[in-house]
Design a protein. Structure first.
Length: 393
């Protein structure tokens, strides 16, 4: 297959970007050619992974071409707006005028699926939509956008959706395929462990470190985590890897209260997460009233696959079904309980070994990563060859 993918891709941070990265890398290994149009060079640093020079090698593969759009200096016109979609479409026209592609993928409704829709019409090339949870929560229902976005979904040659939204998507387009991303095999307890001093430039003992990964916001439970951490002995550390508008407020609070053992670092690329996760004592996922009902963070399962304890909010722990038995439940507003769970985990000498011993059991209850890649490949081929048999499992 020869695919043109429009979407978020590293160094743009985020769960959907990570999924796209791991999927693309495997499809390329299977001999497919993929060209990506993304726009990380238009974004500020807080939305990007902090990448070392050697990290950029991960984005260089035979069969992979990346067009990374820069901010476009543009004269003012009336009525003025930022023509992001038009920039992506124009770049796509330039590429498609020189090469033939089997399929165009738009990953995210705006601006990428919208742009894919236009390119599909211009070049009579099939296109599919891959949406995110936030697309369905915020964009699709918007009264000023829903008619256009529903039109795109109806006339797509296929939709890749998640299991929780399958029925609703099938009402719009019968060629709706379940996309159930699996966790890559490099999330395991056996491979390399990150040297925090060398890679993050933070000189702390990883075995005495609590890790928070993700956007720094109240909805992610960061306030609860900080308040539960305060009573913990100063010999332990809290490492916050991420960015967000709430970061400045949190840093100010930490400075004013004289807390010395909380450390910050920008997002790191997805291929570095397993080695970081293996290094630390535990990872905390304290989401509280997140606001996207169908959202299910992949971090808890990635964490326990790396043999590291995961403390997970009681609001979302049931989303992990039988594997919840390997997670540690925290009721975030109950700070006394939260602190006790943190301290018990930090003091434990057996929790990591327990998870390592149960690695194969945990893996067996998850979809095989290789089977996932084969499933996506098969569904893409169905769309290209106009086979209407749909994966609804």
């Amino acid at each position: 297959m020869k695919i043109l993918l429009l979407g978020k891709f590293p160094p743009i941070q985020g769960g959907e970007s990570n999924k796209a990265y791991f999927l693309v890398k495997e499809l390329i290994k299977k001999g497919h050619e993929i060209t990506i149009i993304t726009n990380s060079l238009e974004l500020n640093d807080s939305l990007l992974y902090q990448m070392a020079d050697f990290d950029t090698e991960q984005l260089k593969d035979k069969g992979l071409t990346i067009y990374n759009l820069k901010s476009m200096p543009l004269f003012k016109f009336i009525p003025y707006y930022e023509p992001s979609s038009e920039y992506i479409i124009s770049t796509g026209i330039e590429i498609l005028s020189k090469e033939n592609f089997d399929l165009i993928i738009g990953w995210y409704l705006l601006p990428f699926s919208s742009s894919a829709f236009s390119l599909s019409k211009i070049f009579s090339t099939k296109f599919i939509v891959q949406h995110a949870g936030s697309d369905l929560k915020r964009l699709l229902p918007h009264p000023k956008l829903k008619f256009y976005l529903e039109h795109i979904l109806r006339f797509a040659d296929g939709i890749f959706t998640y299991p929780s939204s399958l029925n609703n998507m099938k009402k719009l387009n019968k060629n709706t395929f379940v996309h159930r991303p699996a966790i890559p095999n490099n999330f395991n307890p056996h491979d390399e462990v990150m040297d925090l001093k060398e890679y993050l430039k933070i000189d702390i003992a990883p075995t005495k470190t609590i890790l928070f990964l993700g956007k720094i916001s109240k909805a992610k439970g960061i306030d609860y985590l900080l308040n539960a951490f305060k009573p913990i002995s100063s010999e332990f550390n809290l490492l916050i890897v991420g960015e967000g508008v709430y970061k400045a407020t949190l840093e100010s609070q930490i400075k004013n209260e004289g807390i010395k053992n909380v450390f910050f670092h920008r997002f790191i690329p997805p291929w570095r997460i397993p080695s970081l996760t293996r290094a630390v004592k535990c990872v905390v996922i304290p989401e509280w009233n997140f606001g996207v009902e169908i959202h299910r963070s992949g971090i808890p399962l990635e964490t326990i696959l790396c043999g590291t304890p995961a403390l997970v909010s009681s609001q979302i722990i049931e989303n992990y079904f039988s594997l919840a038995r390997f997670l540690i439940q925290i009721n975030c507003p109950d700070l006394e309980d939260f602190t006790t769970k943190l301290q018990t985990t930090l003091d434990s000498t057996t929790s990591k070994q327990f998870l390592k011993e149960n690695y194969e059991t945990i893996r067996s209850e998850l979809m095989s990563f290789d089977e996932y890649i084969n499933s996506v490949e098969k569904d893409l081929m169905k769309i290209i060859h106009n086979n209407n048999e749909v994966n609804t499992e």
